[in-house]
Design a protein around this ligand. Structure first.
Ligand code: KIV
Length: 266
């Protein structure tokens, strides 16, 4: 499969082709997912919720992101590998942002980083891009702002917040971001932002008119037992398959049905 690069993503916008992105946190899943020609893998800080069992993404560290990126990197065959910059790895100073983005690329093997925020993180985005690390922006429901939002709520519902989001998106594009994730915003706003940018919008709960879509892998294959937002489509029920397999195993071991002769060495 052809290696996907930043240029692939930028060209897709020009060619009016949809961009596909999925989150990924380990080697095995990276192998499975990239066998199906996904454009971008995101080592999301959602790893905190779906793999580490935290209530939200705030406790996730740069070390966590590097660890999971290394694992995904080994299984990735061709997707552009993007890793989230976790909470407090870029807000304090431009210098810290560049240093941590550098670590994620150098030690983890990411090919781009994703940062939550708009005008407030512009200097950081600009400085990271200037060190030749590609950046994806993230606007709308930015989970690292959960305490400010007071929960996981749809964003961009007021005229003010819509104007602000459009201004943030334009500013991120100008600062050098090559794509922007738009999370949990009304479809009309997703459409408007998509229409005013030369870079791709990747929607998650941002409607049908974004340039691409992203979902959390555990949600879309039915591995997650947590609350599921309306924008998630479950393409499989892997969680139920695992539970049935384990139930059968436990029953068979207890009942002396496993192992059989064919499972033993002579
Ligand atoms: O961390 C993550 O999984 C994300 C997606 C929701 C886009 O940022």
């Amino acid at each position: 499969m052809n290696k996907k690069t930043v240029a692939t993503i930028l060209n897709k916008k020009l060619a009016n082709e949809k961009v596909t992105m999925l989150t990924c946190y380990d080697y095995v899943m990276a192998k499975l997912v990239t066998s199906e020609d996904v454009d971008m893998l995101l080592v999301g800080d959602s790893v905190g919720n779906v793999k580490l069992g935290y209530e939200n993404t705030l406790p996730v560290t740069v070390e966590d992101m590097i660890y999971h990126t290394k694992s995904v990197k080994r299984g990735n065959s061709g997707a552009l590998l993007v890793t989230d910059m976790p909470f407090m790895s870029y807000e304090i100073s431009v210098e810290a942002a560049v240093r941590n983005a550098g670590r994620i690329v150098k030690e983890g093997g990411a090919e781009a980083v994703k940062i939550e925020g708009g005008v407030d993180v512009l200097e950081q985005v600009n400085a990271i891009v200037n060190t030749k690390i590609p950046v994806v922006g993230h606007l709308g429901l930015t989970p690292q702002s959960i305490n400010q939002f007071g929960g996981f709520k749809v964003q961009g519902k007021t005229e003010y917040s819509q104007k602000k989001l459009i201004a943030d998106a334009r500013a991120l594009e100008k600062a050098g971001a090559f794509a922007i994730v738009l999370e949990a915003v009304p479809e009309e706003l997703g459409k408007e932002v998509t229409g005013c940018l030369k870079i791709s919008t990747i929607g998650i709960g941002a409607g049908r008119f974004c340039d691409g879509q992203v979902l959390v892998i555990d949600d879309m294959i039915g591995m997650s037992t947590d609350f599921m937002p309306k924008f998630v489509k479950k393409y499989a029920n892997v969680g139920e398959i695992i539970k049935t397999a384990v139930k059968n195993y436990v029953e068979e071991v207890k009942g002396g049905k496993f192992p059989q002769e064919e499972n033993t060495y002579k």
